[in-house]
Design a protein around this ligand. Structure first.
Ligand code: ZN
Length: 81
């Protein structure tokens, strides 16, 4: 185990995930929001407009879409990262 810097709030923590335990629920919530968003018919395909539509910051969107669970999706949707 090593110290990591939380990608959301910048605090240091020890874990295998990329965000601290305070931020994990926020990540989980936003990821499910994002999944629901892409299941709708009229999603946007730029980070900026997805951010406006979902209220998720561009920084966090980039982080989620680089994750494996979303990378296939973002390729399929032709999202411009
Ligand atoms: Zn955090």
């Amino acid at each position: 185990m090593e110290f990591k810097k939380c990608e959301r709030c910048g605090s240091f923590f020890i874990s295998n995930s990329t965000v601290c335990e305070n931020c994990t629920p926020k990540d989980t919530l936003e990821k499910s929001k994002l999944k629901n968003y892409f299941e709708s018919e009229n999603y946007s395909n730029t980070i900026n407009s997805i951010s406006v539509d979902t209220g998720i910051s561009e920084k966090n969107l980039n982080r989620y879409l680089e994750n494996e669970e979303f990378s296939k999706l973002s390729n399929k949707l032709h999202i411009n990262l």
